[in-house]
Design a protein. Structure first.
Length: 196
């Protein structure tokens, strides 16, 4: 019989948790491509149902449509994963954010901090960790503040985090952009035009 240690911990329980963790990590290498392929197929199918409502100005549909394209890790589009296109993603998210749809403003803030992958996407998160994402702290901060003003969950924390990392020039630029936020650069190509 296995007895608890002096600290009250059961060594078998520790072993079981460690074994399950290692099994999960090991299987994720096999399952991750299958899961990612299924998610890409789901995103492609979702687009059909969202395009008409998005074109008619429905902010939630615009955000959801943008989400299906979001986001390429290594640039505007991923050549290996053509389902993702940052220009299309940010185009639709910008349409929604410009209608004061807070989830879109928050997502744009995250995208422009370089955090383009959302959800549990093991392969894409791994690729994001080893790549050098494009960032624009001023634009990200402007959108984070817009979302925070609408009480979007996590937006205030994100705005504080960006503010801590931003240079004084980026902070000034974020303030300038906020004064006319509906005309500020929003889509991927507008924000990163100078990088082209």
């Amino acid at each position: 019989m296995i007895k608890a240690s002096a600290t009250g911990e059961n060594p078998l329980k520790k072993f079981t948790v460690l074994a399950l963790l290692l099994l999960t990590v090991g299987l994720s290498g096999c399952a991750a491509p299958v899961v990612e392929g299924a998610m890409q197929a789901r995103d492609s199918l979702r687009r059909d149902g969202l395009e008409q409502a998005a074109a008619q100005g429905n902010a939630k549909a615009q955000y959801d449509l943008g989400d299906t394209y979001c986001c390429a890790i290594t640039g505007q589009t991923d050549s290996a994963v053509s389902a993702y296109d940052n220009e299309k993603a940010t185009y639709w998210m910008c349409k929604a954010a410009q209608q004061d749809y807070a989830p879109a403003a928050y997502r744009l803030a995250r995208i422009y901090t370089g955090d383009v992958v959302s959800g549990v996407r093991i392969l894409r998160r791994s690729a994001q960790m080893i790549s050098t994402p494009q960032k624009d702290n001023a634009v990200a901060l402007m959108w984070a503040r817009r979302a925070a003003a609408q009480n979007e969950s996590g937006a205030s924390d994100l705005a504080r985090d960006i503010s801590r990392r931003a240079t004084s020039a980026e902070l000034r630029r974020a303030n300038q952009l906020a004064s006319d936020w509906q005309s500020a650069p929003c889509t991927w190509s507008q924000v990163f035009a100078a990088a082209r």
